[in-house]
Design a protein around this ligand. Sequence first.
Ligand code: MN
Length: 160
Amino acid sequence: MRILYVEDNPANISLLQRVARMGGHEVLYYNEGEKALENFASDNPDLILMDLQLAGKMGGLDVVRKLRSDGVSKPIVAVTAYAMMGDKERCLEAGCDAYLSKPLPVAELVEMVSMYQEKVNAAAAAATASAPTPEKPAVTTAPEKNNRCARCRSEAGSCS
Ligand code: MN
C-alpha cells in the first residue's frame, strides 16, 4: 500500500521507510502540511501518518481537519513528540484514527502498518465481491438432431 508521512524530522522518515520496505510498502513524505494537501489527490495514499509540528505554517492537526472536511476518510495516525495529557484526545477530536508517540516504537509501527494493510486488502476483496458479475450469455440449446430419414421418416440408416 501507499503510506503518506507528513513529518519534518528526517530520522523519523528514514525509520518509517525501513519499516515500510520490510512490508513492501511505498512511502511518500512531505515536511510541510501545505505540500501534502496540494498533492493529496494525486498521491492518493492508503494510510496517512501525521506529525503534529511541521515545517510549514500549518500544524499536523490543521492538516487532518482540512482532509476530514474535504471528505477524506482514509486512516490517519498522529505521530507526536509531546506526551502531554490530553494530546491523544486532541488528535482524535481532529479526526485521527490513532496516535503514536515518539520516539517511534518500531514493533508497534510494524504491527500498525500490517493491520491497516489487512483493512486495505479486506476492502479490496469486498469491492471485488460486490462488483456486478458480467452477464453470462444465454445457454442456447442445440436443436435436436433429426436422425430420421427425410424421405421415409424412419431412423437414419434403417432405410435403404
Ligand atoms: Mn515535527
